[in-house]
Design a protein. Structure first.
Length: 179
């Protein structure tokens, strides 16, 4: 690929980014070498990073995309604050919080629970990517037919889940104490 073709691709990609609401204000930089696009800069959420990747991938003539854009918040944000924002986003994103919950560990959000349809799971995953501080989202939600899961089963499932998590954390504390 010629330098002129690379320059044309760079101009197309940069114009697309600069015209996209939600991305244009970040000052994301584009470099194109031999048809390979290299993106750099910072965004606030995983959703924006994914949106950028999808947007750039629509430009024809690109051989590959290296998305070096990082996720950064204005200040320090801990896992508890990330989880709170995830719940807030899920509440606004057509997610039944009685079905799906979230826990954050090191910026990775784990979605857990039981859902009646895949749309609800997708809504939860999408909502989680919009929260500040989320680096990744892992879906651990189980699909169930509404009549399959009784309240008693859901309660016992959650109690067992909590017990398993406590056992794992206690095991890690014991290991760390022994070291």
């Amino acid at each position: 690929m010629s330098k002129q073709q690379d320059q044309e691709l760079k101009a197309q990609v940069q114009a697309l980014i600069d015209q996209t609401n939600g991305l244009k204000d970040y000052g994301i930089k584009t470099l194109v070498q031999k048809g390979e696009v290299h993106l750099s800069g910072m965004v606030d959420t995983l959703h924006e990073r994914r949106q950028l990747q999808e947007l750039v991938s629509r430009v024809s003539g690109i051989k590959s995309i290296e998305n070096g854009v990082t996720i950064s918040t204005d200040g320090q944000i801990n896992d508890g604050e990330v989880t709170a924002e995830v719940y807030q986003e899920m509440a606004h994103g057509n997610v039944n919080l009685k079905h799906i919950g979230a826990e954050t560990v090191g910026g990775t959000v784990f979605l857990r629970g039981r859902a009646n349809n895949s749309e609800e799971i997708q809504n939860a995953m999408e909502a989680a990517t919009r929260a500040r501080g989320v680096r990744d989202v892992i879906n651990q939600v189980q699909m169930v037919e509404e009549e399959d899961a009784s309240l008693k089963e859901i309660f016992h499932s959650q109690v067992n889940n909590d017990r398993e998590e406590k056992d794992v954390k206690d095991g890690l504390d014991i290991e760390n104490t022994l070291m």
